[in-house]
Design a protein around this ligand. Structure first.
Ligand code: ATP
Length: 237
């Protein structure tokens, strides 16, 4: 579904991605794990057209994605950005409808809104509340709901569990599984490698702008160097 080939991205003189190649197949959850500054957000922001690569290719459903973020959304890629980035002064309902801004299939938009409210009853209860007054967990749900309102097939999620209390982290990962169950494909960037590897089908390990390991998530979770660096355990249990 998504094919990234030999991607190089720089910020001025700083090389953030140094030849990244990776694929996501339809129906999978693929996770990218890596430390702070490894280049995870850079990869997602390049896929969604917000950053221009120095070189490399990105294709979605066998078509080059181009560099126009709005067109990329229309192709079916949606992004749940790091830090949620909800529109703080707008209501929950308005934030959700902005996710559907590029769509003109009104009936389907209404159906999708119902599905989002089914998935996040808390958002339905608070549909008239100003988004900036939501808790961190609720804002994360709103950011996920807004992305789903684009009706994209591929959902990019950047650190959805960041800064959330443990119980909410569990909720967020349960919701990720539910979104998969809705037929979506997910590319998940996470510092919480343990949880990400639990839900993912496949994983890539990104270190200093390079993919250093990849494979089935279960195998990556058993890899001794991954366990030592990202899971805080040395022995295989
Ligand atoms: P984190 O989990 O902390 O967000 P990350 O893996 O997502 O980390 P990136 O945010 O992609 O990492 O950053 C990759 C590298 O690019 C880092 O060295 C970072 O300092 C650098 N970088 C990111 N954004 C910018 C920017 N706007 N200007 C300059 N350098 C940047």
């Amino acid at each position: 579904m998504l094919n990234v080939k030999n991607l190089h991205v720089s910020y001025g003189g700083i090389k953030a991605l140094k030849g990244v190649s990776m694929d996501v197949n339809q129906g999978e959850i693929v996770t990218i794990i890596g430390a702070n500054g490894a280049g995870k957000s850079t990869l997602l922001n390049t896929i969604t057209g917000f950053l221009k690569p120095v070189s490399g290719e990105i294709a979605f459903k066998d078509h080059p994605i181009g560099r126009n973020p709005a067109k990329i959304v229309k192709m079916g890629i949606c992004h749940v950005p790091e830090g949620r980035l909800v529109f703080a002064n707008l209501t929950v309902a308005d934030n959700l409808m902005l996710g559907a801004y590029l769509r003109n299939d009104r009936k389907q938009v209404a159906t999708d809104l119902e599905r989002v409210y089914d998935l996040f009853p808390r958002l339905q209860e608070r549909m008239k509340q100003i988004a900036g007054t939501l808790s961190g967990g609720e804002q994360q749900m709103l950011a996920m709901g807004r992305a789903l309102m684009t009706n994209g097939d591929l959902v990019l999620m950047d650190e959805p569990s960041l800064g959330l209390a443990p119980l909410l982290v569990k909720t967020v990962f349960d919701i990720i599984m539910e979104i998969k169950g809705m037929g979506k494909t997910i590319l998940l960037v996470e510092q919480n490698a343990r949880k990400a590897l639990e839900v993912a089908d496949r994983a890539y390990v990104l270190e200093q702008g390079r993919i250093v390991k990849s494979g089935p998530a279960h195998d990556i979770a058993q890899d001794p160097s991954v366990r030592a660096a990202y899971l805080g355990t040395k022995s295989v249990s």
